[in-house]
Ligand binder design. Structure first.
Ligand SMILES: C[S@@+](CC[C@H](N)C(=O)[O-])C[C@H]1O[C@@H](n2cnc3c(N)ncnc32)[C@H](O)[C@@H]1O
Length: 138
């Protein structure tokens, strides 16, 4: 199971009136769940990940708050394609927890484990189609 790091520190950095958060690397959704779960019902979050398997885990992690979370299967480098112009000025906080998650390293079976012998799948991204949106509430 993936444990997000520095959750309390991230929450402490967020402005008091935070309404819209971009999680550039939502991964297993640990930070996202803490943000939408602890900061109140006005907070909405858009979460990006290149790994469709990570997004599936994140979807379950945030399902209690699904109406306030939008998951996007794409690189954060293309975030301008997914955020309406009208919302850009309203973004209060951007989180980037860069790298790979422990799920990808140890449990994905994609050959990146330091502890288990696995056949190398040679690819970290389980991509379907780049740019596909995954609504959590559908
Ligand atoms: C350390 S994990 C994030 C963990 C997450 N904060 C949590 O609480 O579970 C990093 C994630 O970034 C994703 N990632 C790496 N490069 C990316 C990119 N260019 N765009 C979107 N996601 C990316 C990986 O697939 C991985 O799921």
């Amino acid at each position: 199971m993936h444990k997000p790091v520095l959750v309390e520190e991230v929450l402490a950095l967020m402005p008091a009136e935070t309404r819209l958060v971009i999680d550039c690397t939502i991964g297993g959704g640990g930070h996202a769940e803490a943000i939408v779960g602890k900061l109140g019902n006005e907070v909405e979050l858009i979460g990006f990940d290149r790994d469709v398997a990570a997004l599936e885990i994140a979807r379950k992690q945030v399902e209690k708050h699904a109406t306030r979370v939008r998951l996007v299967h794409d690189s954060y480098a293309r975030m301008e394609k997914h955020i309406p112009d009208s919302a850009v000025g309203g973004v209060d906080f951007i989180l980037m927890d860069l790298g790979l998650s422990s799920i990808q390293l140890e449990e994905s079976g994609r050959g990146f484990s330091f502890q288990k012998s696995q056949e190398s799948a040679k690819r970290i991204w389980r991509a379907k189609q780049r740019g596909q949106n995954c609504q959590t509430n559908s």
